[in-house]
Design a protein. Sequence first.
Length: 233
Amino acid sequence: MRYRNIKAAEFISRPNRFIAKVRIDGHEETVHVKNTGRCRELLTEGCRVYLEGSDNPARKTKYDLVAVEKLRSGKPPLLVNMDSQVPNAAVEEWLRKGELFSQHAVIRRECTYGSSRFDFRIDEEERTSFLEVKGVTLENDGIASFPDAPTERGVKHIHELIRAHKEGFGAYILFVVQMKEMTELRPNDATHKAFGDALRLAQAEGVKLFAYDCIVTPDSITIDKPLPIRTEL
């Protein structure tokens, strides 16, 4: 997954969850933030961010903020892609290469099952599977965690996947860790224990859980290596 027209800038502030103030080419610019999560540990004053320029002259903002160099004490900055829309595009690209399923599988985006809309439906031979993607930008000392804010929608999706599995469908959750240098992924029980409990139940019921890190550059993101998932309390 590759971006176009990437420029570096200095982060100033985030007046609300949709926009940020940055300094680019010596002047202050208001940009759109492609992640409505809190991201307070990422967007700190003075950090370097990466912007994708828009070709649409009618837009109110000229740039989208898509990545950030997370400042770390005693370590070089960690490049994190924080675009909440990019994991699904990266996963589709990855799936179509024959990862997780065969290259002959029929892959569809945004398909409904029950009262939920899952990110992917995969039809392979006579088997239908549903896959839900979770983008991960939160880390602490090399441990990635999800979610970074309470997500009732995420809990609902997990219970729907459990039901789908019981009815004979394949059921998958794929955590896309939008950075490198992580050793494992854990549910963020401190922020939303209900999500962690639902994930543990799904694992016990047979829903398949996967986590992969990503190779991230200022203008690209590529799904790379599997990470262990630790769900125990």
